[in-house]
Design a protein around this ligand. Structure first.
Ligand code: A2P
Length: 272
């Protein structure tokens, strides 16, 4: 259950988001998720849990090379040197020799440093310290600029996406450039998405939970969702979305929810 990135590396089709879990809860969640079959674990410097996520990876029963660990550079570390330093700090906190995917967390266009940051990412990739490199919350224009100025496209853009905020244009841009869409807040948790009749009707029809229907929508959209849960039962159900499918009509019904951006928590947008 992997998707092939444009750099030739496989990425799991679904992962565990770890924001805002901290401390022992984060370590336990990672260990439990891996025991359930999760292979992609997503963290970020800004989450303040890299040490515990790394400990969970180390304490899991699965070999490092079967896991796919993502972290993200915080906004305070834009620029070539700062990005190199930021990576090393994250890698040390995680206690890993390499990360599978390193993302620029936010473009912060007002600082106009993200291309310099990207040059550091390319260097890290060439050194094998970040096996794959990508971005998060970038627009097509910002991605084009990275490519124009460095010749290297990100392999992933991690964006807010769910049926209430389906990001059709951005996904079309990604498809055109071989960029994998990774969805944060895939369950649209801060909106009422899981209570929407389109979702609950389909859940009933398939004998699934609303969260499973929504996560299946992501998978069929070719996106990699990273639902966060600290609850073992929810973690289990969130991973069990590969044994049923939504028909084109059912997908269209979910696409039609399109309620705009249904209320992301502004805290998600902390940039530093
Ligand atoms: P919890 O950690 O208590 O399970 P998103 O990734 O879209 O931001 O959603 C995360 C939120 O959704 C968390 O508050 C999480 O709570 C909740 N959540 C995760 N999985 C499920 C599920 N299967 N059903 C309902 N809520 C869920």
């Amino acid at each position: 259950m992997t998707v092939m990135l444009s750099d030739g590396r496989p990425m799991p089709r679904l992962g565990l988001g770890t924001y805002p879990m901290r401390g022992e809860a984060a370590r336990q969640a990672v260990i439990h998720a891996i025991s359930l079959g999760y292979r992609l674990i997503d963290t970020a410097a800004i989450y303040g849990n890299e040490a515990e996520v790394g400990a969970g990876v180390a304490d899991s029963s699965v070999a490092r090379d079967e896991l796919f660990v993502t972290t993200k550079l915080r906004g305070s570390h834009h620029g070539y040197d700062a990005a190199m330093r930021g990576f090393e700090e994250s890698r040390a906190r995680l206690g890993l020799d390499y990360v599978d995917l390193f993302l620029i967390h936010w473009p912060l266009p007002s600082r106009d440093l993200y291309t310099d940051t990207w040059r550091a990412f390319i260097h890290l990739r060439d050194q094998g310290l970040a096996r794959s490199i990508g971005v998060s919350n970038f627009t097509p224009a910002q991605i084009r600029r990275l490519s124009d100025e460095t010749g290297v496209l990100p392999v992933v853009n991690q964006i807010e996406m769910h049926p209430g905020f389906p990001q059709h244009e951005l996904r079309a841009f990604h498809a055109e450039h071989g960029i994998v869409t990774e969805s944060w807040s895939p369950l649209g948790a801060r909106s009422k998405l899981l209570d929407d009749p389109a979702v609950t009707d389909l859940a009933l029809a398939h004998g699934r939970t609303p969260a499973q229907v929504v996560l299946r929508w992501h998978v069929q959209a070719g996106a990699v969702p990273i639902p966060k849960s600290g609850d073992p039962e929810r973690m289990r159900q969130n991973f069990e979305v590969f044994d049923f499918s939504l028909s084109p009509e059912e997908t269209a019904r979910l696409d039609a929810i399109d309620g705009g951006r249904l209320g992301a928590d502004p805290d998600h947008h902390v940039e530093l």
